[in-house]
Design a binder for this molecule. Structure first.
Ligand code: XBP
Ligand code: MG
Length: 235
């Protein structure tokens, strides 16, 4: 019997990546950088999880000539904080709805006593902004653990964030299922020993999901997901 569902955030709870991309570009302009991440380039950059890590990957791979400031880490951290400000503003404007079936799954599973948790690479501010709008101001009541951002040394596809959540929940991998959207996310959860379901999105639809328990376009047909996941829920 599944005791817990662990949710990825970006691309899974909501289709957020293009809002992230636009927010990065706004931060670049504000900081006088002639960097512009179009969809095709961002698709490549998504190979690296974590916004700060993604900026550094972009410089190393696409802007080798960039003169790094003395405090490069501080520069990247500030740039990312500006980006996060733009991104949370977009979320609070209600521009990014939860994906089909997500709110119903969270509320039905919570009502049925199934433990819920979050395991994401993004920042806590981004999680709060998305879920305050999508689930209400008291969104935290649904989740027993909220694993996000820099609380672990290695981001996805490393298992660190899922291992952290399992420790917080005091559950074994076999008690849980994970819901992800990307190759990196799938491999992070699988490396933690967790059976993982995938819902694809425009950025990840062409990725290799070998190892996933099942792949769905979305959770619009919740009873189908419940049957595949062995969840005793009405849907
Ligand atoms: C996806 C990510 C994040 C976002 C950008 O996270 O890799 O880095 O792309 O958000 P998830 P930040 O694990 O939820 O799929 O800039 O806050 O990192
Ligand atoms: Mg994701």
């Amino acid at each position: 019997m599944i005791k817990a569902i662990i949710f990825d955030v970006d691309g899974t709870l909501a289709d957020t990546e293009d809002a992230h991309r636009k927010s990065f570009n706004k931060a670049f302009v504000e900081n006088g950088l002639d960097w512009n991440w179009d969809v095709a380039l961002y698709d490549k950059l998504l190979k690296v999880t974590g916004g700060k890590e993604r900026i550094k990957y972009f410089v190393e791979s696409f802007r080798q000539g960039f003169t790094k400031p003395a405090d490069y880490d501080g520069f990247v951290k500030n740039l990312h904080a500006v980006k996060t400000g733009h991104y949370t503003a977009m979320l609070r404007d209600g521009l990014i709805p939860l994906r089909p079936g997500i709110k119903q799954l969270i509320t039905e599973a919570h009502r049925a006593g199934i433990t819920l948790a979050i395991a994401t690479t993004t920042t806590p501010e981004n999680v709060s902004a998305l879920l305050e709008v999508g689930l209400g101001k008291d969104w935290e009541k649904y989740f027993s653990a909220n694993g996000c951002g820099d609380i672990v040394p290695n981001k996805k596809p490393a298992p660190d964030i899922y291992d952290w959540v399992l420790r917080e929940l005091k559950l074994s991998p076999a008690d849980c299922i994970a819901l992800e959207d990307s190759y990196n996310g799938l491999h992070s959860a699988l490396a933690a020993g967790i059976k993982t379901f995938v819902t694809i999105n425009p950025y990840t639809s062409k990725q290799d999901f070998t190892g996933a328990a099942a792949v769905f376009d979305d959770l619009g047909d919740l009873p189908r997901f419940y049957r595949a996941a062995g969840l005793p829920l009405p849907g």
